[in-house]
Write a new protein. Structure first.
Length: 257
């Protein structure tokens, strides 16, 4: 059991909008923040389709740094993120796409970069020793190809589509996000908008495990088309805009002793 912690000491708020009722949430809570240097809290955005109230009570009793927030009537991922960020205690926010992230070994690196002045830190599977495990061959090829094209078009990040981002709470509204998708299209939009907003950017390599906890990144063909639309609009916008590069080269994976 994780002991109760003083809210004023919390250094990081981890936002997990649940997408899919088959997510093994307790596995995520146990394994995700490996060797984190600061006190942290989880804010889990859910509805009763994705997580029943019995499970909420059981996890709340066992993990005292977990807060459950039932989603409002707007079902978009952006709405869930905004709701969680508004309720977050810490200055720094880590957004996690629960269905694709395995144990995250790079949180301390991301937090260190944020404290050094970086506004928006992205994780990558495709540079500096990052890796992508699991998933179908088609998913891997499409993900790599899409991110290569975006990077070639001028995107500062080598893995803009990955749903693992860390930023200061006060910059979220600067991104002016608009996605109304119920999937993780929002992860791509966040990366593109962070660059166009002129924020100080950084990127850290990580190891991501596809469907480690269950769930899905797209729910239907409409979400796929929204991904495609965001991708092409992003390429056009990057081509037209003056490229804003990373503040530092992509950081390789560092594992604490």
């Amino acid at each position: 059991m994780i002991e109760s912690i003083d809210k004023q000491s919390i250094g990081l708020s981890i936002i997990l909008p649940l997408l899919g009722k088959d997510i093994f949430l307790e596995g995520a809570l146990k394994l995700m923040p490996i060797d984190l240097d600061v006190p942290y809290e989880f804010l889990i955005m859910y509805d009763q389709v994705e997580l029943d109230l019995v499970a909420v009570r059981q996890i709340s009793d066992k993990y005292h740094n977990v807060r459950f927030l039932e989603k409002n009537n707007n079902t978009s991922t952006l709405s869930a993120l905004q709701q969680g960020i508004d309720a977050a205690t810490a200055e720094y926010i880590l957004v996690v796409c629960t269905d694709i992230i395995g144990p995250i070994i790079t949180i301390n690196q991301m937090l260190s970069l944020a404290k050094e002045g970086c506004d928006f830190i992205n994780c990558t599977r495709y540079a500096a020793g990052g890796r992508y495990l699991g998933g179908s061959c088609l998913e891997t090829i499409l993900s790599r190809l899409a991110n290569w094209i975006l990077h070639f078009a001028g995107c500062a990040f080598t893995d803009a589509t990955l749903g693992l981002k860390l930023f200061r709470k006060d910059i979220f509204k600067q991104l002016q996000l608009q996605s109304n998708s119920t999937s993780w299209v929002i992860a791509l939009e966040m990366a593109l908008k962070a660059q166009s907003a002129g924020l100080r950017l950084a990127e850290v390599a990580t190891i991501a495990v596809d469907r480690f906890y269950g769930g899905y990144s797209t729910r239907n063909h409409q979400d796929f088309f929204k991904y495609t639309k965001c991708f092409f609009l992003g390429c056009i916008g990057l081509h037209r805009a003056t490229a804003n590069k990373l503040s530092t080269p992509t950081c390789p994976i560092q594992i604490s002793d």
